[in-house]
Design a protein around this ligand. Structure first.
Ligand code: FAD
Length: 466
């Protein structure tokens, strides 16, 4: 006699939710996803996918800035905004997001996942409700994501004072864009709009942009920002954003003001966990409302799992998806490896990009990781970089001194997101600098700097062995 199919209910159809649904369906479960706004979630509809589509265009514009160096004459008066068709760009961004969402919908439908449109909530530990429908499940996954944090005194109006989710409804390129917040989202949009032709002012409350990232990498990016004409205001906290007849005024905590045509707020995220019935179901959240989970995505309520931005573990689509998959493997009795954040590869899509994986150099500097060696190889000496006309960036590798095992790396380069895989693979598979150094890279290529950096680390390892 065959066993009855396990029933899974998922609230939220972003990467945390839909990737979980695919795994659960593959394992033979009867899966229902309740999604309020659209499949693919904020990731596909408003955040990751639209921003990277915008950056595909801004990256090309940034490349054009170097065109004359490469012997290309562009018929423009040097003003990038002339080259840009903003309505078309935004239409492309919106269309691509819709198409990606439709792809997710077809994939789920092909796997037999039932999707119900509407807001869902828990009305019992394993009971989800949406409208008058009740879904009883053996396991529930909460994957409701997060939304932009709003500053009191800087409420977005969707016209001049904006969150990144409202950018793509504009019908023009902001002439003077003030970006509040210099974390990953702020830096990415500041970089993109600068390249697209806006005059950008970046307001950072810290001493540098990207305060949580590798300091050398952040310095390169900030230097490029300034060189390209961006105004970067460090140690500046925005307190108030007000509308004027022609734009916006941002008032800083110390009384200074910054004027522009538009203001983009990138000051963090708050989890979508209110009104979900979590407390009633015995699910613990932290002081900021993020669902507390362990490394296999379990919440404090038996049978209820949570994944993605609503847990605040690491706000990346790849992490959300992995948390969701792990939840389903665990719930459905499969062998499962706990989430390992130290192996997550991530990229900041500025121009140039910053890609990173594994142990950060700061952990070595602070003594948290002992017995480590670090090498930083500037890309300026790389033949391919010279041919392509760029000089900003580097490859940094971190390895264990005694064994040579690669612990981490940072790459700052155009398309660093594509280059980091070799280092990521080394970290995941515990490869040594010798393994990397003895691997063929193409000549000329930027990845040649990864193998070269590994070669630079071989000497001390040999000495340590000897
Ligand atoms: C500007 C920006 C750029 C980013 N770029 C990248 C990137 O390049 N790479 C990367 O890895 N990550 C990126 N991220 C992060 C990434 O978008 C998130 O980590 C990812 O979206 C998290 O997935 P999720 O499934 O947890 O949430 P979401 O994608 O937010 O999906 C949650 C879904 O739940 C739904 N929902 C909420 N409440 C309910 C309810 N009560 N009932 C039913 N449905 C509900 C929402 O409508 C939403 O569709 C970016 C984020 C931002 C802000």
């Amino acid at each position: 006699m065959s066993q009855p199919r396990a029933k899974i209910a998922i609230i939220g159809g972003g990467p945390g939710g839909y990737e979980a649904a695919l795994v659960a369906a593959q394992l033979g479960a009867e899966v229902t996803v309740v999604e309020r706004d659209g499949l693919g979630g904020a990731c596909v509809l408003t955040d990751c996918v639209p921003s990277k589509t915008l950056i595909a265009t801004s990256g090309m514009m940034a490349g054009l800035e170097e065109a004359s160096v490469l012997g290309i004459r562009i018929n423009s008066d040097g003003n990038e905004a002339d080259l840009l068709d903003a309505p078309r760009l935004y239409a492309r961004v919106r269309a691509l997001a819709r198409a990606q969402s439709a792809d997710v919908a077809s994939r789920l439908s092909a796997e037999g996942v039932k999707v119900i449109a509407g807001p869902g909530r828990l009305i019992g530990p394993r009971l989800v409700a949406t409208g008058d429908i009740e879904i009883e499940a053996d396991a529930v996954l909460v994957a409701t994501g997060a939304e932009p944090r709003v500053l009191a005194g800087a409420e977005p109006d969707g016209e001049r004072i904006l969150t990144w989710r409202q950018l793509y409804d504009l019908d023009e390129l902001p002439e003077q864009l003030i970006v509040v917040g210099s974390g990953v989202t702020g830096a990415e949009f500041a970089s993109a709009y600068q390249a697209l032709g806006s005059q950008v002012t970046l307001i950072s409350s810290r001493d540098r942009v990207l305060p949580h990232e590798d300091a050398d990498a952040a310095m390169v990016v900030e230097e490029v920002f300034r060189r390209r004409g961006m105004t970067v205001l460090g140690h500046s906290r925005a307190e108030l954003v007000t509308r004027t007849s022609t734009g916006v005024i941002v008032t800083l905590l110390d009384g200074r003001t910054v004027a522009g045509t538009h203001c983009l707020l990138t000051v963090g995220m708050v989890p979508n966990t209110r009104g979900l019935g979590l407390a009633e179901a015995g699910i613990m959240v932290d002081d900021h409302g993020f669902v507390q989970v362990d490394k296999v995505s379990r919440t404090s309520a038996p049978g209820v799992y949570a994944a993605g931005d609503c847990t605040g573990v690491l706000m990346l689509a790849s992490v959300a998806a992995m948390q969701g998959r792990i939840a389903m493997w665990h719930a459905l009795g499969e062998a499962v490896k706990p989430l390992r954040l130290s192996h997550v590869a991530a990229t900041i899509f500025t121009e140039p990009e910053i890609a990173k994986v594994g142990v950060p150099e700061q952990a070595v500097a602070s003594g948290q990781i002992a017995d480590a060696i670090v090498v930083k190889l500037p890309l300026a000496t790389n033949a391919r970089a010279k041919m392509q006309g760029f000089r900003d960036g580097f490859v940094k590798l971190i390895a264990q001194r005694s064994s040579g095992t690669v612990l981490g790396g940072v790459i700052v380069a155009p398309r660093a997101s594509e280059l980091i895989l070799a280092v990521s693979l080394a970290v995941e598979r515990l490869l040594t600098v010798d393994h990397l150094a003895q691997t063929f890279s193409v000549y000329p290529s930027l990845s040649g700097s990864v193998t070269e950096a590994a070669r630079r680390l071989m000497q001390p390892v040999e000495r340590a062995d000897g």
